[in-house]
Design a protein around this ligand. Structure first.
Ligand code: AMP
Ligand code: MG
Length: 367
């Protein structure tokens, strides 16, 4: 299959869709209308889109990603009127959350209507819906005249894609089009909140944080067991995707997190020294603060390893923005061992740590 690259030149420069960009986007929308697939930017990560109401399109998405077909897709809408035909009822909690966070990086799981094919929901009687705020995503959905099923636009087992280059790497020859609208602001997948039962449950942390949800709903919100750690044999995850091995870098990764007032830079230096002695190709993924400390205390270590900055320790948004990109770079450089700095789990830190814990297969060193 030939993959057409659709570059939104003016949008990338100005952040506003020009008439020329809109013409390009209409071509991508036509592909979706015809049952084809197009990758496109959203504020979280790139999505691999297809018509959510056509089962053949859903099947194509699974095939293009190499994703098991019981791992459900998120359905993207571009206005609230598109929501109601997809769902069985609108719970009060969902109404409050939608009022405050839609359009935005929040997905909610509802009981589904008959309009949504089982192929799209991985056979479940619930449907996950998101109303993105990104102007490209919204225009594309609107022009397609339908609702768009879109999992992250990566090959199964790889990090989510946060720019068009990542999509080109993973999906060339597998989709009809890739829409290049620059890099995604947030860089982590959406928050998923299950509102299909009486009590809302957080299935995946994201940029709409648990603190924000609690404040909005005025209640203590439960969290799916899969967020807390690896599932025990026989335990059933609520978020079906969670049962699959998530992205893990080629390298062994250890996540170093401050919990007892210890030194992150000291701990990563020790880990790196050990693996350097074993002649491994090592990388350090950490904050500018950690790099600055090592420059003073262990400059030789910094020379022997690949150093990837995740920005300032105090700027979790920047850490989130670059995480998947840095992980992809380290895979491309055939790194064998990664020492990575974690962060506190407040606010956005919860989503960040969730992705890093998975990438490290829960190899965490608390200092
Ligand atoms: P992504 O890979 O970002 O497309 O995320 C898709 C994930 O959304 C799946 O792996 C599930 O964890 C979650 N999801 C989608 N639909 C549902 C649903 N009906 N019920 C629960 N979780 C869902
Ligand atoms: Mg994904």
């Amino acid at each position: 299959m030939e993959t057409r690259l659709i570059v939104l030149k003016d949008y990338k420069r100005t952040g506003v869709l020009s008439d020329a960009d809109k013409t390009e986007l209409r071509a991508a929308a036509q592909i979706l209308k015809n049952g084809g697939l197009a990758a496109f930017p959203t504020e979280t990560v790139y999505g691999l889109g297809g018509d959510a109401l056509r089962k053949e399109a859903a099947r194509k998405i699974y095939a293009a990603k190499g994703r098991p077909s019981d791992n459900p897709l998120i359905v993207h809408i571009s206005n609230m009127d598109q929501l109601y035909p997809l769902i069985d009822s609108m719970p009060e909690a969902a109404r409050k959350m939608a009022d405050r966070f839609w359009p935005g990086p929040l997905t909610m799981v509802f009981r589904k209507s008959d309009a949504v094919p089982a192929e799209t929901t991985g056979g479940l009687d619930t449907v996950a819906v998101r109303f993105p705020v990104h102007p490209v995503a919204r225009a594309l959905i609107e022009y397609s005249g339908t609702v768009i099923a879109a999992p992250s636009a990566n090959l199964s087992g790889r990090p989510s894609t946060t720019n068009a280059e990542h999509c080109i790497e993973d999906l060339t020859g597998r989709v009809e089009a890739i829409v290049d609208g620059g890099s995604c602001d947030i860089g982590l997948e959406s928050t998923i909140l299950d509102v299909s039962t009486g009590e809302p449950v957080l299935l995946r942390p994201g940029a709409v944080t648990l603190e924000m949800i609690r404040e909005t709903l005025g209640a203590d919100i439960g969290e799916d067991a899969a967020i807390k750690g690896p599932l025990e044999e026989g335990e059933r995850p609520k978020a079906p995707g969670m049962k699959y091995r998530h992205y893990a870098p080629k390298a062994q990764m250890v996540l170093v997190t401050e919990r007892h007032g210890g030194s992150i830079s000291g701990a990563v230096a020790e880990l790196l020294e050990k693996h350097l002695r074993e002649k491994k190709k090592c990388a350090l993924l950490c904050s500018e603060e950690c790099i600055a400390e090592l420059k003073l205390s262990r400059p030789l270590i910094l020379e022997g390893v690949t150093v990837k900055s995740s920005g300032s320790r105090n700027d979790k948004s920047e850490m989130a923005h670059v995480l998947f990109e840095r992980l992809r770079e380290m895979d491309a450089e055939d790194i064998e061992f990664i020492a990575a700095e974690g962060c506190s789990e407040e606010q956005l830190g919860k989503a960040l740590m969730n992705r890093m814990q998975k990438a490290s297969a829960w190899q965490i060193l608390y200092v």
